[in-house]
Design a protein around this ligand. Structure first.
Ligand code: PMP
Length: 283
């Protein structure tokens, strides 16, 4: 029950995180050849596990990595890892790489995928961030064109996140050819005249598990929703901008670069959706 050095799952074994080792020829290390998933757990219950599992399976399928486990097996592995941690709220991280093989780009034959699951105590974002909002910076999206795959090759996202840090911002909001895509590790939402809008679910963004949830919350809250391409000008002229992710839940963006968004305070659509999100996660 040591949260400092939690037990993790690696290829069939539970070991302390500090002792978990993989061979240097693992293709995750050599090529970033793998996929991952992050599932929040609240009060010892996974939040939207079916959707996260489906996305993991889609990612594996998209990159041609054999899925080593059934959904039930995955669930019991997650249970093993999460039950070893004292915290009731956790963020569970799962990663599958193509496995260990002599270094050559094309798929090796007959290799066993590497499976790694770890978890960390999860503290949702501080109330202050929800009350005051966050500042973001805008950035040209220079990532590859299959952002719909939850790939561990995250260099583009890493550089975008670092850009935000270096500019004193909480997240970078990316635009490709002048159109909104997403944050370095979040989806981005725009509110205009009471309507919530998100970029289309295409290969230029990762469809967050919160994407589907937010669509559901809009439907049940009688809030208009539209998925469409949005220009940088539209985003900057929005009444509200929000970001969402498993770890950041839902946060209001009150500034992008030097531009204040709306009146510079979290707006009514954020507050309504945030309350609905909090209800959903405890339901
Ligand atoms: N886009 C990117 C690039 C991300 O890394 C994340 C976080 N996983 C998201 C969107 C949001 O996805 P989710 O709601 O599943 O956390």
């Amino acid at each position: 029950m040591q949260d400092q050095d939690p037990l993790v799952y690696l290829n069939g074994e539970m070991t302390p995180l500090s002792e978990a080792k993989i061979p240097v020829l693992d293709r995750g290390f050599i090529f970033g050849d793998g996929v991952y998933e992050v599932i929040p757990m609240y009060a010892r219950r996974l939040f939207r596990p079916r959707q996260h599992m489906a996305r993991l399976f889609r990612s594996l399928n998209a990159v041609g990595i054999h899925n080593p486990h059934s959904a039930d097996e995955w669930m019991s592995l997650i249970e093993r890892v999460s039950s070893a941690l004292a915290s009731d709220d956790q963020l569970i991280y799962m990663q599958v790489t193509r496995g260990v093989a002599k270094r050559a780009h094309a798929f090796p034959q007959g290799v066993t995928p590497t499976v790694f699951i770890m978890t960390n105590p999860f503290t949702p974002p501080a109330a202050e961030l929800c009350e005051n909002g966050i500042a973001c910076v805008s950035l040209e999206d220079k990532r590859w064109l299959r952002c719909d795959i939850k790939s561990i090759s995250l260099l583009g996202n890493v550089l975008a996140a670092q850009y935000a840090v270096e500019h004193g911002a909480m997240e970078s909001i990316q635009f490709r050819d002048g159109f909104l895509t997403e944050g370095s590790s979040s989806n981005v939402w725009v509110v205009k005249d009471g309507k919530l809008m998100g970029p289309p679910k295409d290969s230029l963004i990762l469809e967050g598990i919160r994407y589907g949830l937010i669509e559901e919350l809009c439907r049940s809250g009688n809030m208009p929703f539209e998925a469409r391409r949005m220009t940088r000008e539209e985003v900057l002229a929005a009444d509200e901008v929000l970001i969402s992710s498993a770890s950041r839940e839902l946060l209001p963006v009150v500034q992008i670069d030097d531009k204040r968004i709306g009146n510079g305070e979290p707006g009514p659509v954020f507050r309504k959706l945030y309350a609905a999100y909090q209800d959903a996660k405890r339901a």
